[in-house]
Design a protein around this ligand. Structure first.
Ligand SMILES: [Zn+2]
Length: 143
């Protein structure tokens, strides 16, 4: 498989793909900073800080598990909170993502991301938060 827009380094333990996050897109596209609105983020794993999910989970902070799907408690209260918000507002389910990594492997998951989040117009990435491609300003309709 040729190297795509999405790599396993950008897949966070919770099943979030940082490549489609507004914070990461703002960082890589150098979007103008708007106070209180634009966050620059290099991605959950690359920046090596404890996120909301990691802070609440000893298994992740102690590196007993790498992804939440390795945990028998998935979805725990923490993940449930995050994932219901994403499912409701952004049409994406972290738990479905995690299950797919488990069943299809990382490369299968990355392939499905390419199909779902690549801009049909320019091949850049469509943001999960606002459905916009920052490469060409294409706007994807909400699913
Ligand atoms: Zn585009």
């Amino acid at each position: 498989m040729k190297k795509g827009k999405f790599t396993s380094e950008l897949i966070a333990p919770c099943g979030m793909n940082c490549g489609i996050c507004k914070g990461y897109i703002a960082f890589t596209h150098r979007l103008p900073k708007v106070r209180g609105k634009t966050t620059y983020c290099a991605g959950c794993l690359p920046r090596q800080k404890n996120c909301y999910i990691k802070r609440g989970c000893k298994k992740l902070t102690k590196h007993e598990v790498k992804f939440c799907y390795e945990c028998a408690e998935m979805p725990c209260k923490h993940l449930e909170h995050l994932y219901s918000r994403y499912r409701e507002h952004y049409g994406m389910s972290m738990v479905e993502n995690l299950k797919m990594i488990k069943t299809k492997g990382m490369s299968g998951f990355l392939k499905s991301l390419q199909q779902r989040y690549l801009c049909p117009r320019c091949g850049d990435v469509v943001c999960v938060h606002d459905g916009k491609c920052y490469g060409c300003n294409f706007l994807q309709k909400k699913p």
